[in-house]
Design a protein around this ligand. Structure first.
Ligand SMILES: [Zn+2]
Ligand SMILES: [Zn+2]
Length: 239
């Protein structure tokens, strides 16, 4: 799974650079539909991504990518157009399309301003998506938590004792689990809405790579599911 992620991350870096050159002045906002010019640039670059996922992805992803690849550019355009505005991808096509679109979302985010700041956003202040994970960073007196957007990868501060799913603040309803294999990853569960999010605790492991470690700690997702929690937002691998 990590091998696949490394290929995806390289592809995303490269796509970010290419799109930065060819799409220099689209409206700098994430909450809008893609323009025809954007769709054409994006869909013309989708096939190499599908080939990569076919060659390196887990079995289900590889099969899906092979199938999508045979459908052609019109169908890719439709898929990308829908995935761009879908606030929460849950099906496999949508997650794959969002992984492809992520570098462009990041690019537009770097050109746009966030919503006016509030004390705490449960949704991304740039694109309104749910967070994909949390991180804890060292501050003066302990760790401060922030959330990372599942789509445009924006990071914003978020209070530690509050559920990002439903806003629950009662600490008796909010449990944190860890496992010795992943001592620096917290599974933060809410017993009010039965969702969880994983947070990478950089105060315990300053060398952790939040996005990579979130994917690599899939056993924690299985554990959370077995205990009746569902993830606030699935990652690229559908976990
Ligand atoms: Zn975002
Ligand atoms: Zn909750």
């Amino acid at each position: 799974m990590l091998g696949f992620y490394i290929h995806v991350a390289r592809f995303q870096d490269d796509l970010h650079r290419q799109l930065g050159k060819v799409l220099q002045s689209p409206p700098a906002s994430l909450g809008r539909a893609l323009t025809a010019a954007e769709l054409s640039e994006l869909s013309s670059r989708f096939e190499p991504f599908l080939s990569l996922a076919e060659a390196h992805g887990p079995k289900a992803t590889a099969e899906l990518s092979r199938d999508l690849r045979t459908r052609g550019q019109d169908s890719w355009s439709a898929l990308l157009k829908a995935a761009w505005i879908a606030l929460s991808a849950s099906d496999a096509d949508g997650l794959l399309a969002q992984a492809f679109l992520q570098p462009y979302a990041e690019l537009l985010r770097s050109r746009s301003a966030p919503r006016p700041s509030q004390t705490a956003y449960a949704l991304c202040p740039f694109c309104n998506r749910k967070p994909g994970l949390g991180v804890l960073r060292q501050t003066g007196d302990g760790g401060a938590r922030s959330m990372i957007c599942s789509f445009c990868l924006a990071e914003w501060e978020f209070r530690r004792i509050v559920c990002a799913g439903c806003g629950e603040e009662n600490d008796k309803k909010l449990s944190v689990f860890t496992a010795s294999d992943f001592y620096y990853i917290r599974v933060e569960c809410c017993d009010s809405c039965n969702t969880y999010v994983k947070s990478v605790d950089l105060t315990k492991n300053g060398r952790a790579e939040p996005l990579v470690d979130e994917l690599a700690s899939a056993p924690l997702d299985l554990w959370a599911r077995e205990h009746g929690y569902s993830k606030l937002q699935n990652n690229l691998l559908g976990m």
